[in-house]
Structure formats: C-alpha cells, structure tokens
Design a protein around this ligand. Structure first.
Ligand code: HEM
Length: 158
C-alpha cells in the first residue's frame, strides 16, 4: 500500500520493473544492430550492459537502489569518458531510445517527462566532436533512416 503522505514515484506510475525491462529490451535490440554503437560496447554479450542500464533507470526514477549498491555513485559522464560519444553517437543512441519509448506507449505526460530526461542526459554525455571512423563512413552519413522524432511529432497546422 502506498502512503498517502508520500507522492507516487514515476517508477510506480509507469508500472515498475516490467516497464523498464521492456524499455531497455527494445533499446538494446537497436544497439545490437547499430554499426557505430555496437562496437563501443566492450563485452560480447550485451546482457550485462542491459542490466546496468535497467538498474540505473529504475534507481533514477525512484525504484530500487540496486544500481548504486552494486556500482557506487553513477557518475555517468565519467563512466562514458572512455567511449567516443560524438553527436552522431548521441543521435543514434537517442534514435534507439525513441523507438523504445514509442514501443512502451506511455500516457503523454509520463512520456514527455521520460523523453525530456533522456534527451537532456544524452546531450550531456557528448564528450567529443571528432569523427570516430567507426562504422559506415561519417562523411555524408545520413542516419540510415534512424529518427529521433516522436511518433506524434507531426507539425500541427494552427
Ligand atoms: C549519448 C550516447 C551514449 C552512448 C554512445 C553510450 C554508450 C555506452 C557504453 C558503450 C557503455 C558501456 C557498456 C557497459 O559495459 O555498461 C555505457 C554504459 C552505460 N550507460 Fe551509456 N551511452 C550513452 C548515453 C547514456 C545516457 C544518456 C545514459 C543515461 C540516461 C546512459 C547510461 C549508461 C549506464 C547506466 C551505463 C552503465 C554504467 C556502469 O555502471 O558502468 N548512457 N554507455
């Protein structure tokens, strides 16, 4: 039972662990197929990375604090310092997250809250503007059909 004096966390509002498992599951399907991002992940098995992301997001949104019990303080920018996160990598990461957010079909206010955070976090993670030379050549790279636009983001005619 929830205590009426304490507001319900975002974690609870979206449905707890099953929600974050679905979100992270769709996201990592995209990572697995991404020719630029996949080579950045040091382990052959993406399972442990998926688990770390799941635990981090659960903790961030008010769920269990297992992430910090296992990994310590998140210090995400520091933990990404060894990976070349340039704007192309950021946009690809966001495109996979966009697909995942669309797949989980949240009510609009919760979706906007989640997406706003993910965008800000991804922009904050950029640590280089150099081309990495990983994956298809960066020159003329067109994003390969990946989109960071929300499903319902069609411009509205006033
Ligand atoms: C912007 C583009 C990003 C790229 C290319 C990227 C890439 C990576 C890579 C290659 C790893 C190592 C995988 C592992 O072994 O855990 C990692 C770890 C991680 N990333 Fe990202 N990331 C990005 C943005 C973000 C953002 C925005 C968040 C949070 C909202 C995030 C959360 C995490 C977490 C929690 C870990 C595991 C940290 C740990 O405990 O070691 N990443 N990321």
């Amino acid at each position: 039972m929830s205590d009426p004096a304490s507001p319900i966390s975002f974690y609870e509002q979206v449905g707890g662990r099953p929600f974050f498992e679905r979100l992270v599951g769709v996201f990592y399907e995209g990572i697995a197929d991404d020719p630029v991002l996949r080579p950045m992940y040091p382990e052959e098995d993406l399972g442990p990375a998926r688990e770390r992301m799941l635990l981090f997001l659960e903790q961030y949104w008010g769920g269990p604090t297992t992430y910090s019990e296992r990994r310590g303080h998140p210090r995400l920018r520091m933990r990404h310092a060894s990976f070349p996160v340039n704007p192309d990598a950021r946009d690809r990461w966001l495109a996979h997250m966009r697909r995942a957010v669309d797949a989980v079909e949240l009510p609009p206010l919760l979706e906007a809250t989640l997406w706003d955070y993910l965008q800000r976090a991804a922009y904050a993670m950029v640590n280089t503007f150099e081309s990495t030379g990983i994956g298809p050549t960066a020159a003329g790279r067109d994003g390969h059909g990946l989109s960071v636009t929300a499903r319902n983001d069609e411009p509205t005619k006033e």
